[in-house]
Design a protein around this ligand. Structure first.
Ligand code: HEC
Length: 140
């Protein structure tokens, strides 16, 4: 419980920087997730872009279907995605090409929780979220 309230406090302190949307904001968010991950698991060696990339492309079988984050967001996060069910276009995830990404912790958390549950049937850990953003930051 103590850990959880710390995490919440840390997360709340992120809410402050939701004004200027750019790569720096995404970097700050990734740093926060790294910090949270470290607090949960002191053995955490910081963020891994490689793990983030594998996580994004990892295919799991959900209700008999092969799905990955890439199913909607495409294998290249700098490209426009397409919703695998509705066919609706999705703007790129990479902050370098879409400055509207990773601007508000609330949106980011909401999307992570929803999509992580869809794909891996649980929320992602702070480590996974941080790795994921670290990977997106490498995509130009
Ligand atoms: C079924 C389609 C689908 C899948 C699969 C999917 N997403 Fe998404 N994702 C969306 C849509 C739709 C949006 C929001 C549309 C928008 O903002 O343009 C979105 C937005 C996001 C955002 C919001 C970023 C921001 O700040 O705006 C994140 C983070 C995200 N997805 C992560 C993931 C991760 C991680 C996975 C894999 C575990 C994943 N998504 C799988 C459809 C999907």
């Amino acid at each position: 419980m103590k850990k959880l309230s710390f995490i919440l406090a840390t997360l709340l302190s992120i809410t402050a920087f939701s004004v200027h949307a750019d790569v720096d904001t995404a970097k700050k968010l990734a740093d926060k997730y790294a910090l949270i991950a470290k607090n949960i698991d002191p053995a955490s060696k910081g963020l891994s872009e490689e793990d983030g990339k594998n996580f994004f492309n990892r295919e799991l079988t959900i209700k008999g279907k092969q799905v990955a984050c890439a199913s909607c967001h495409t294998a290249n996060p700098a490209d426009n995605g397409k919703h695998m069910v509705t066919g609706k276009p999705i703007r790129p995830l990479a902050p370098a090409v879409n400055e509207k990404r990773f601007t508000s912790i609330d949106t980011v958390e909401k999307n992570f929780t929803k999509h992580c549950n869809d794909i891996i049937t649980r929320d992602c850990t702070a480590q996974e979220k941080g790795n994921f953003i670290a990977y997106l930051l490498t995509v130009k």
